[in-house]
Design a protein. Sequence first.
Length: 323
Amino acid sequence: MGSARPAARPSADHTGRAGRRALAARRASRRQPPPAAPTRRVSDEEAHRTAADRGTPAGGAAPGRHGDRLFAGGDLVLLVDRKDRSYLRRLEPGGFFHSHTGLVAWDDLLGRPEGSELRSVGGTRFRAYRPTLSDYIVKMKRGAQVIYPKDLGPMLLFADIAPGDRVLESGVGSGALSLALLRAGADVVGYELRGDFARRARKNVEEFLGSAAAGRYRVEERDCYEGIDLQDLDRIALDLPEPWQVVPHAPGCLRPGGILIAYTPSVIQATRLREALERGPWALAATVEVLQRGWYVAGEAVRPEHRMVAHTGFVTHARLLPA
């Protein structure tokens, strides 16, 4: 008998037919087959609807915590490689994640828990996680610059956002602040001049938080500088070039003791806002800058990181006095 022919090795073109054959062979050789799943490709819109039909958003952010819920079609997935590079994608049954080392089959993740390991056909390892709100804000699609997590956290605390609070947000942009407010349980009305930004913000909110949170979110295409047509607000949150123009309108729609909070990139903007607040009727005004520095920790080697996230903007907040 002749010697057995050695198995063909996949070609370097991991993204072509050879790569797909290698993936299929690897899956077939497993002792336990992967859970049954539909094999047809689905569009982004259909995947999102599938997640919504399960009562959870496409981001997997179900009410409460995720518990031991397994990955399913339509979920948002954060893939992290061994160098801590991360990639935000939607899990599409029958589809693939394209990496620089080849394909990763989404079917390999179906029915598996968070933290599972995947491998590309080139051998690169990835860990699969559900994105946190911080992950999503950094990676989400955007039309405008966003307020980053290091400033969003303090803004939520300084504004004392609680479930059921009625909040006006002006300068919605891509929806980063909207996401943070809604996740904290607020009911949010947004004022945004640009229709494309308003559409992007709505889409980002529904994609990550789902239809239930989107039901507490309304964006109007209008200019906050010209006035506010709302009453009995608990909070006003601003991300505008000239937030001091809103200060005269705020007392007519914000309840006594309510909080106005604003994010401004420059100290000149923060100064002009403080000058407007000092003309009353406001109290407890404060302006802060948040600096974020990581630390390197490896055994007994402990030191500050060489690089840090320093200035991004100023956060100013004040409380409304009774008339």
